[in-house]
Write a protein that binds this ligand. Structure first.
Ligand code: F6R
Ligand code: ZN
Length: 190
């Protein structure tokens, strides 16, 4: 690899030189939202775009490399629950990640296998450190796109299965017009 520069549009999250552009629609979020009835109704009406990721993936997946890209969570809700990413642990659990918020308003919901959890606010200029072993999910609580830039180790990999099966311990829902953390009644685990 040669050194390179690239450009991010801080409003749209578009990353030049990205080899990967992922679009996640409502249909790929099955089982993740608490209000399953509303989820089905919304899905029947339209398979909305929930979030997108642009990523540079040309470097080898090995320690020493730094994968990086942008994540764009669009505004919206399923019932009282905000549009969000699927969320994951890293496959190599002991790998961290840094996020830098470029646009919008949201939260990062995080938890460890041992049961610790944290919800950190994301607004323009916020740098968030996700320590090793913490699962993470971005949530858009605003009326415009939530755009973040992220960097993580090349060997980290992604474990989506654990969250798909167990869910996050905590959810972020709108209550009285405000983002509110609640226990996930469907959380499966010990
Ligand atoms: C990479 C990372 C982000 C997310 C992106 C989409 O380790 O945390 O690039 O991949 O925000 O979220 P997921 O991967 O949970 O669908
Ligand atoms: Zn990650």
């Amino acid at each position: 690899m040669k050194p390179y520069t690239t450009m991010i549009n801080t409003e749209t999250g578009f990353l030049e030189r990205a080899q990967n552009h992922l679009e996640r629609k409502l249909s790929s979020m099955k089982g993740q939202y608490l209000d399953t009835e509303t989820y089905e109704v919304l899905l029947k009406n339209e398979d909305s775009l929930v979030y997108e990721v642009y990523e540079n993936i040309e470097m080898p997946k090995k320690p020493g490399e730094l994968y990086h890209g942008s994540s764009i969570v669009h505004p919206g809700k399923v019932g009282a629950e905000y549009f969000m990413t699927k969320g994951h642990f890293h496959q190599v659990l002991e790998t961290a990640e840094v996020y830098y918020c470029l646009h919008g308003n949201g939260y990062m919901m995080m938890e460890t296998p041992e049961g610790e959890w944290a919800a950190e606010e994301l607004t323009l200029g916020i740098v968030l450190y996700v320590p090793p072993c913490w699962a993470h999910r971005s949530i858009n609580v605003g009326g415009s796109d939530l755009v973040t830039f992220f960097v993580y180790p090349g060997d980290a990999g992604h474990d989506y299965g654990t969250i798909e099966v167990k869910g996050f311990r905590k959810l972020l829902v709108e209550k009285g017009g405000k983002p509110t953390v609640i226990d996930n009644p469907r959380w499966v685990g010990k």
